[in-house]
Design a binder for this molecule. Structure first.
Ligand SMILES: [Zn+2]
Length: 384
């Protein structure tokens, strides 16, 4: 990314003036969008920080403990408390492991403030991938879970992040901080156990025939993981490590089997909101089913005509927490709505977290856990 290159030059030139370059030279750097096009935000440095205007090189010092308001203006300038910067501005700590508070979140790495033409600001956290994972893992898996499950999660999250570098390059960063990428809230929650899992798997990624594989994870597979093509379409030939596998290890998960009730009027309203021209919802039935038991689509009868809808699409429309998965075994008509019966939680592709937990409890090491969900894949050291 050009942002990174520019930042490195400035940090270098100003090395004697105070701020330090905290980005590790020996690992890939990730740029995470932590605030996207916000009108205004408040920030409080806990330690000593410098601000550097990347277009003019002008530098200002922030006062520890003081609250600063950050805004953009229509000319692409960043208004930072009492200071006005001509363009993209970088915040650098006076020494490593200094923190900045934004809202309820706490960040270490270097922060970049970018003004947009619509007077908004985008904030990007730049940090080494290993520190990034220290912030991702506590949000994606409970730090209390067994160590070998945390290690398996670290490898999958690392592989996922590296595969998605540049995903949001049009916005100036690699990954978002939400479920569209991986949940990340800086180092707000730090865990000794998570740090240990990240350290123990440092640099390790999943690969197949010499290439990193698109590694995904989800909460619970309900007894069988699924091919990515069955959920998201595309890719007619799925490489072996990504094909769905049978998994009985998650059967004690609270999500292994579930039922969910939706009122007819609520479903109809969701369909209408998404552009369906429908006055009456008459029936719903499971549609095509992949070999792994996951539904590709459903059939919906509206105003006397049957239509099809992608199962994953309907799940996202009704709410991914309400309709936990597209592994829907049956749909039953009730008086004023429909009751769905299913299993699993999440998209069902890749690592099943509840299964990984149970396998770790049984004494399995993380390479064996990963082998069970990505058969044939190898653990490889990633190069920076
Ligand atoms: Zn499972």
């Amino acid at each position: 990314m050009s942002l990174l290159a520019a930042g490195a030059v400035f940090a270098c030139a100003l090395a004697n003036a105070g701020p330090v370059e905290t980005l590790p030279p020996s690992e890939p750097i990730i740029a995470v969008g932590i605030a996207h096009r916000v009108r205004k935000l408040a920030l409080r440095p806990e330690g000593r920080f410098s601000l550097i205007d990347q277009s003019t090189g002008i530098m200002e010092q922030l006062e520890p403990g003081r609250e600063y308001t950050v805004e953009g203006d229509s000319r692409g300038r960043v208004v930072f408390g009492p200071y006005l910067f001509m363009g993209t501005t970088r915040l650098l700590p006076g020494k490593a492991a200094e923190f900045v508070i934004i809202g309820e979140r706490r960040f270490s790495g270097n922060l970049v403030f970018q003004a947009n033409p619509d007077k908004t600001v985008t904030v990007i956290d730049e940090l080494g991938i290993e520190d990034y994972l220290r912030g991702v893992l506590p949000k994606e898996m409970s730090p209390d879970w067994p160590m070998e499950a945390l290690k398996a999660q670290a490898v999958v999250s690392r592989t996922f992040a590296l595969n998605n570098l540049g995903k949001y390059s049009a916005s100036g960063y690699d990954l978002s901080d939400d479920a569209h990428s991986q949940m990340y809230s800086g180092l707000t929650v730090q865990s000794v156990r998570v740090d240990k899992a990240v350290r123990a798997t440092r640099g390790q990624v999943l690969s197949y025939r010499g290439e990193r594989i698109p590694a995904y994870f989800h909460s619970c597979c309900g007894g069988h993981t699924t091919d990515p093509a069955a959920v998201w379409g595309g890719a007619n030939k799925t490489p072996r490590p990504l094909r769905g596998v049978a998994d009985r290890s998650c059967r004690d998960s609270p999500h292994f089997r579930w039922r969910a009730y939706f009122r007819l009027s609520d479903i109809l309203r969701v369909l209408q909101k998404r552009g369906w021209n429908a006055a009456r919802l008459e029936d719903m039935r499971p549609g095509r089913r992949s070999g792994s038991g996951w539904l590709s689509d459903l059939r919906i009868k509206v105003d006397g005509a049957w239509k099809r809808i992608g199962a994953n699409t309907l799940r996202l429309w009704l709410g991914p927490q309400q309709l936990k998965s597209a592994k829907i075994t049956a749909i039953k008509r009730r008086k004023k709505g429909f009751e769905f019966f299913g299993g699993g939680y999440g998209h069902g592709v890749g690592l099943c977290q509840w299964g990984a937990r149970a396998q770790a409890d049984e004494g399995k090491r993380y390479p064996a856990i990963l082998e069970s969900y990505f058969p044939g894949a190898e653990l490889e050291e990633s190069s920076p």
